[in-house]
Write a protein that binds this ligand. Sequence first.
Ligand SMILES: [Zn+2]
Length: 513
Amino acid sequence: MRNYRISCSAAKPPNRPGGTALLLDDGIDADGLHMGRMGGFGLFPALALWYQFALLNKRCAMSPLRILLLAILSAAWAVPAISSAEAPRAAHVVLVSIDGLRPEFYLDSQWPAPLIQQMAVEGAHAEAVRGIFPSVTYPSHATIVTGAMPARHGIAYNSPFEPDGQTGRWYWEFDALRSTTLWEIAGEAGYTTANISWPTTVGAPIDYNIPQIWPLDGSIDRVGIVRERENPEGFLAELERGATGALTDQVFRMGDLTLEDRTGAMAAYTLETHKPNFMTVHHVHTDHYQHRHGRDGPMVRRAVAAVDRAIGQMIDAAARAGILEQTTFIVTGDHGFVDIHTQLAPNTWLVDAGLMEAEDDRGDWRATFHTTGAAAFLHLRDPDDASTLAEVRAILDDLPPAQRRLFRIVERDELDAVGTAPAAAFALSPKPGVTVSARATGQPIASAEGGTHGYFPDFDNIHTGFIAWGAGVKSGAVAPIIGMEDIAPLIAALLGLEFETPDGVLYPGLLSD
Ligand SMILES: [Zn+2]
């Protein structure tokens, strides 16, 4: 990765619609680059900003003339009315999520991921990222792009709780998000945004958007339903022409590693062609195969290798586009993984007690467990129904000790403390190795195999990882552990965006001086 040679002329301000002329447009810059309240001094900070971008190319030696110019422009920065937001360190941030990323993928060279292992060494990384509860995909991805916990951003489960029975739909639509996202603050600043398959992006205000959604009718036609929700119209066809070849349901589906190659090619093409300032990318097979075969299944190794190569495509594309030196790559994930051997079905206890029925619509129900991964959340039809709540507690208290010790109750005050699931009375988090099922029939305990996640995130195997590499990153910085909600503030700081993330904290020690 040290072989790329980028000329000084490649350094430039962020790509903005309409080009650099917008740098002088007060209406854009007042919000985007935090030079509001500058009045007639707007030109100087704009030039200073441009020059800071020029300096991002570290191979450009500082001539005496440049030092003088910098001194003059720095004086312009000293105008007291400048807001507290920092200047951008990067013109482009590519945020890659490896679903089910475990830190050993990049910390242990036994894993077939030479690129992200090199990025971790050359850039900054965390030895662990403490996720959220439930440690499942959609709530976690929402936290990554909002810096907010689920109770605030509104995505507490993969699937919304549907009182009359689950239809199978997930939180696909952007409208469900109640916290401001990085795409929005980037867009408001005049930056170009892009997305390939990040969760909860259907209808999102993203300039180039391939959202994640799949059909509920049992068909495998993912291509058609995605194409209907792309932005702009024709973008997927453009990607097919320029990057992937014709996308069919055979190469654009879960269970075929080719999807990772296609995802990488789409992201690489988008980066090279449209040069978005902020792009999100979501890779799914590392999750898929850990679910099927557990943490160390052979297909997990192939999936890790496929994602490593896909990220390589993106870096190569940034180099071809001449933007690599101004680009930061963030590689992170949404949860770790736990091998499982046993399944609990807590709704069978409620059926036995007459609190719900074993029907798709739950029948005449008063209490039900909504499951998401290895976590179950108790919903009451009437949230104030204290007697039903007491009845459920009595059922759990009366379980045989051998069953009762397979899970712990996460009480409402603890859910509040970690900011999640505001509609649940309490939650069950099973012991590692045990998962939960939504089924309401059969035995309460059954065998299980493969792997899962969703547990309360307080042990090593459930943690995910984080790497930052490229522009603005402090080389060699290592954080023992960060929070998932701390990633958005870091990305905002890299892009010079003011973003008051409600729950995340900025770690300046991961950024270059
Ligand atoms: Zn996931």
